[in-house]
Ligand binder design. Structure first.
Ligand SMILES: C[S@@+](CC[C@H](N)C(=O)[O-])C[C@H]1O[C@@H](n2cnc3c(N)ncnc32)[C@H](O)[C@@H]1O
Length: 350
């Protein structure tokens, strides 16, 4: 480089700008994307057990054709400081890689995958979709990843389930959009006489939930079915219906109809527990809201007061709502399908 070029660079404001963008924006995006892919492809879990060479990783990832691409990708993980390379083997090096490789942090690893695979694309594509581009579909999500990532709020959902599940009498639960099935399991463990039907719209999600129930030894008490709640044609046999994190899978103007359908499945005196993020939460929830605004199904995250009105319009009585996260917008809603024999609402649960 000659002196004139050096002088030009020194005067330019672009060099410091580029350096600060690289440090503050670009490298973190690369790191998040690499970690999400390494987690999603099972590399972090594998390397958490022991360091592996390229051949072992290629076999595990079913890479037969292009090991050079796999090597180049892994080497970027090394450059980013998330992986190390010693004695011909890759190993976990960064704090994030080590944390995300632990099975107990599975929900957080899935949430990182959700952010990089679904939130980043919608931030990039929203203007084009607004101009009339192709809207997102349910197939643009990965139901299995979402079923794991939603578990980041599991303690709060379980707290709400604790409030509504009767502990001793035989009870029948319908769980709508069961995801992994963890909340149906939680209810079943609270009451050993509870039996449940857990449904999910997506084949793979329902299949995974059924496998989970079998692995948890609950297959005899919790039946899992692939079904759309809007088509569920059953007698009103349920004492409790739960809907966690899925009211926004229905367009706003269809929500009352869906809630009416849910109420029609409840026995007199039965209850609905619905948990959901509402509008006005952290920016990640605003991006989720944007995702559903760009999709050809579903609708925005609910406004809490509007959802209370919709529950009442659907015929629920004794409707209550409360924040599950102090100061946050993740909320629980409970409504009762009034028993005409008793005429009054049952006690406040939340
Ligand atoms: C964000 S996930 C939440 C999963 C689980 N409830 C949880 O909180 O971990 C929403 C789930 O609702 C399911 N779902 C959406 N619409 C549905 C419908 N009409 N009938 C049944 N399930 C539905 C989706 O397939 C998806 O698995």
């Amino acid at each position: 480089m000659n002196v004139a070029t050096l002088a030009k660079l020194a005067r330019s404001r672009q060099v410091p700008l580029l350096a600060s963008l690289a440090r503050g924006l670009v490298t973190p995006v690369y790191r998040a994307s690499f970690l999400a892919a390494a987690s999603g492809n099972g590399v972090l879990r594998r390397l958490a057990v022991r360091p592996c060479d390229l051949d072992t990783l290629a076999n595990a990832l079913d890479v037969r054709e292009d090991r050079d691409v796999l090597r180049a990708w892994l080497d970027i993980g090394v450059r980013l400081g998330e992986l190390g390379f010693d004695d011909g083997c890759y190993k976990l090096r960064g704090r994030a890689a080590k944390a995300l490789g632990r099975p107990r942090n599975d929900a957080i690893a899935a949430a990182l995958e959700e952010v990089t695979r679904f939130h980043l694309p919608v931030l990039l594509e929203a203007p084009a979709i607004a101009r009339g581009g192709k809207r997102l579909t349910l197939r643009d999500q990965d139901g299995a990843v979402i079923a794991r990532s939603t578990q980041v709020i599991r303690p709060f959902v379980e707290e709400a389930v604790d409030l509504v599940v009767e502990r001793h009498e035989p009870r029948r639960l319908l769980e709508v959009g069961c995801g992994s099935g963890v909340y149906a399991r939680h209810a079943a463990l609270l009451n050993p006489r509870l039996t449940a039907l857990a449904i999910d719209l997506q084949d793979d999600v329902a299949a995974d939930a059924a496998a989970n129930m079998a692995a948890w030894g609950l297959a005899d008490r919790v039946e899992v079915r692939r079904a759309d709640v809007r088509d569920l044609d059953m007698e009103p046999v349920f004492d409790l219906v739960t809907m966690h994190n899925n009211i926004y899978y229905f367009p706003t103007d269809e929500r009352v109809k869906v809630l009416e359908r849910v109420r029609s499945l409840l026995a007199p005196g039965g209850r609905l527990l619905l948990t959901t993020p509402c509008r006005g939460g952290p920016v990640g929830m605003e991006v989720l809201d944007l995702w559903f605004s760009c999709a050809d199904f579903g609708g925005p995250l609910p406004d809490a007061a509007e959802l209370v009105d919709q529950l009442r319009s659907a015929g629920f009585t004794g409707v209550r709502e409360r924040r599950l996260i102090p100061g946050g917008e993740f909320r629980a809603f409970v409504g009762t399908h009034r028993d005409p024999e008793h005429g009054t609402d049952v006690e406040e649960l939340i």
